[in-house]
Design a protein around this ligand. Structure first.
Ligand code: NAP
Length: 328
């Protein structure tokens, strides 16, 4: 089969399309014929020399895939079932979705709701799954309908879908972006307003800022997350899901002990089956109200992956980059 292989030898990184055999590792006993994959920020981190994320010197990239089950040793997944594959070490420590076929353990597969095609499943992908997981985390914390929710990194894969799903579910997303030229696009996705990256907080000289947000979904981390914490309303929470700016977090305990705010962790990688099922069901319910087409930045073949990875590394994409593994 054709696959996009990333390989590092003596600190020299090589990437390209090769003919290889599908490899079943890590208990991967279900073979999926890949219709579409998608490019994520994490893929760019994997496709970097001396990557701290990649766990193998040589592997097929791609932390996302959707397609049909081609062979299965699991009674849960019949041949022909339409599935999404993401999580665990996919595309990080075992061969990923940038290929015509991928093996996966059952626990990282989800049967797609009838309302979501394999194409749309990769518009959603890890990013949209994480966006919905973040929305559910805020709902579990008591987010009220009509609440104003800040979304950072809002033109990205996670952020744009967080804006889209929040709006579809009756909340009022405020999109924070470093790409003001995309304001109209964010408003079309359902943002009630668009703010700059520096506008997530105020009163810089004080320990606490004004109470600005009923909730937040943060893709950025670092100083942005610290600023959100000091600007949440009393009792509100932020779902922390990303680190595009920084993995560091320097804050005080004041937001927690004076405003009862919540810092909610969001991890899609090891989400248990019950959570996966809950998230895909929620996505399936909202899908008929969503126009997925504008969320697609472009569709590339395996040969177009190197420039796409470079673009996502530098924040030059809007929404999702899909990968079609069939020959061009
Ligand atoms: N927790 C999980 O399970 C999970 C799952 C999936 C992804 N993630 C993480 O979530 C984050 C977003 O992923 P993604 O796929 O949406 O990435 P993406 O498509 O590359 O989007 C990231 C967005 O962040 C903004 N941005 C980029 N560089 C920035 C910087 N230096 N400072 C501030 N903002 C910056 C840009 O949006 P604007 O121009 O609009 O500001 C960019 O479009 C990543 O850190 C990823 O690793 C976590």
């Amino acid at each position: 089969m054709r696959a996009f292989v990333i390989s590092e030898e003596s600190d020299t990184l090589a990437m390209g399309v090769r003919d290889v055999q599908p490899r079943s590792t890590d208990g991967g006993d279900i073979l999926v014929h890949v219709d579409f994959s998608a490019v994520n920020f994490k893929d760019a981190m994997v496709a970097t020399a001396k990557s701290r994320v990649r766990r193998l010197a040589t592997l097929i990239g791609g932390v996302d895939a959707a397609g049909t089950v081609a062979a299965s040793a699991s009674p849960e997944f019949e041949v022909g079932a339409r599935v999404a594959v993401h999580g665990g070490t996919l595309g990080v420590g075992r061969d990923g979705g940038f290929a015509e076929f991928v093996y996966s353990p059952a626990k990282y597969l989800s049967v797609l709701p009838a309302s979501i095609s394999t194409h749309d499943a990769m518009v959603v992908g890890t990013a949209g799954f994480t966006a919905m997981l973040s929305v559910l985390a805020l709902q579990d914390r008591g987010l009220s309908l009509g609440a104003e929710v800040l979304v950072t990194g809002s033109t990205g894969g996670v952020g744009s879908q967080a804006v889209t799903y929040l709006a579809a579910l009756g909340y009022r997303p405020v999109a924070s972006t470093g790409s003001p030229q995309e304001s109209a696009w964010l408003l079309e996705r359902g943002a009630v307003r668009v703010v700059g990256r520096d506008e997530v907080s105020d009163q810089p000289g004080r320990v606490m800022g004004s109470e600005l947000w009923d909730g937040a979904i943060d893709c950025v981390g670092g100083e942005t997350l610290a600023q959100i914490l000091r600007s949440l309303r009393y009792g509100a929470a932020v779902a922390a899901c990303g680190l595009v700016a920084s993995a560091e977090l320097a804050t005080t305990v004041y937001p927690f002990i004076t405003r009862n705010v919540g810092l909610l962790g969001v991890d899609c990688v090891e989400a248990p089956n019950s959570t996966r099922s809950r998230v895909w069901t929620a996505l399936g319910t909202v899908a008929p109200e969503i126009d997925f087409a504008p969320l697609v930045d472009r569709i590339v073949r395996l040969e177009g992956l190197s420039p796409a990875l470079e673009d996502i590394r530098h924040g030059r994409t809007r929404g999702r980059v899909l990968v079609d593994p069939t020959p061009g």
